[in-house]
Design a protein around this ligand. Structure first.
Ligand code: BTN
Length: 242
């Protein structure tokens, strides 16, 4: 099991930057940085992640024995941990959505940003988690309307209590991943996924691919069955489901 060691800071540009610096200085796996506010929080695909007080903004350092193309598997471990961790505070079960979203009632409550530092081997991995907890107002978002624990439960929640619950689930899933491999995470993912056999579209810049959702592959890709019954693997883009 990972021993977590937290660095709590009031304000950072991004917890990814601070965690990266600590990892470069030799911080152990399990070290994390949690900030009250980020001035330049970022999301997947170079998007910004608005980060005022009231949310969980944290980056966890891991030093896994993984090939570089296996690193995205950790995004799924983290998204599951967030989904299961948040379930404890909600009446409904959160869903995971490829590649890195956690949704409640089809609204986005959390996102994961995975970054890797490598030479020939993986040196360390940064798992960034942004979780909307007590926030009630959000900027307009183009894909999923955002939500928070507060909006879903009509009350505030203690950020540390929520994050500790997520870390506990992370430890359990990470342990499962190490003992049983990614197959165990894939089947857990399908339990929390809202899409199996649904018709979906992936948009990647000017490209659009349509197909039936058939799960995730070992490299973190999405598997879609096209109208010609061919399975295609998609590694980038936004998943649009209707
Ligand atoms: C996404 O949905 O695109 C991922 C969002 C990840 C946001 C978190 S908040 C903590 C960490 N620091 C960042 O700058 N980003 C991640």
């Amino acid at each position: 099991m990972i021993q977590f060691k937290g660095h709590h800071v009031k304000r950072v540009t991004s917890t990814q930057d601070r965690a990266r610096r600590l990892a470069k200085q030799g911080a152990l796996a399990g070290t994390y940085v949690m900030a009250d506010v980020q001035s330049r929080g970022r999301g997947r695909l170079e998007r910004s992640w608005s980060s005022p007080r009231g949310g969980i903004y944290a980056t966890l350092i891991l030093r896994p024995h993984l090939k570089p193309n296996g690193v995205s598997q950790l995004t799924y471990v983290a998204a599951l941990a967030v989904a299961k961790g948040l379930k404890a505070f909600l009446k409904t079960t959160p869903k995971v959505k490829w590649p890195n979203d956690v949704l409640v009632n089809r609204k986005k409550i959390a996102g994961i940003l995975t970054q890797v530092e490598m030479n020939a081997e993986v040196e360390f991995v940064l798992i960034g988690m942004g979780i909307n907890v007590n926030r009630q107002r959000f900027p307009k978002s183009f894909l999923h309307p955002p939500t928070s624990l507060n909006l879903e439960t009509s009350k505030d929640h203690d950020l540390k209590t929520v994050f500790n619950r997520v870390l506990k689930e992370f430890n359990l899933y990470y342990d499962l991943f190490q003992r049983k491999g990614f197959g165990a995470i894939q089947s857990e993912w399908e339990k929390y996924s809202m899409l199996t056999d649904q018709e979906v579209t992936v948009k990647d810049f000017d490209r659009e691919i349509r197909g039936k959702y058939k799960g995730i592959d070992e490299k973190g890709g999405l598997m879609l069955e096209t109208s010609e019954k061919k399975i295609v693997h998609v590694y980038a883009g936004d998943l649009i489901c209707f």
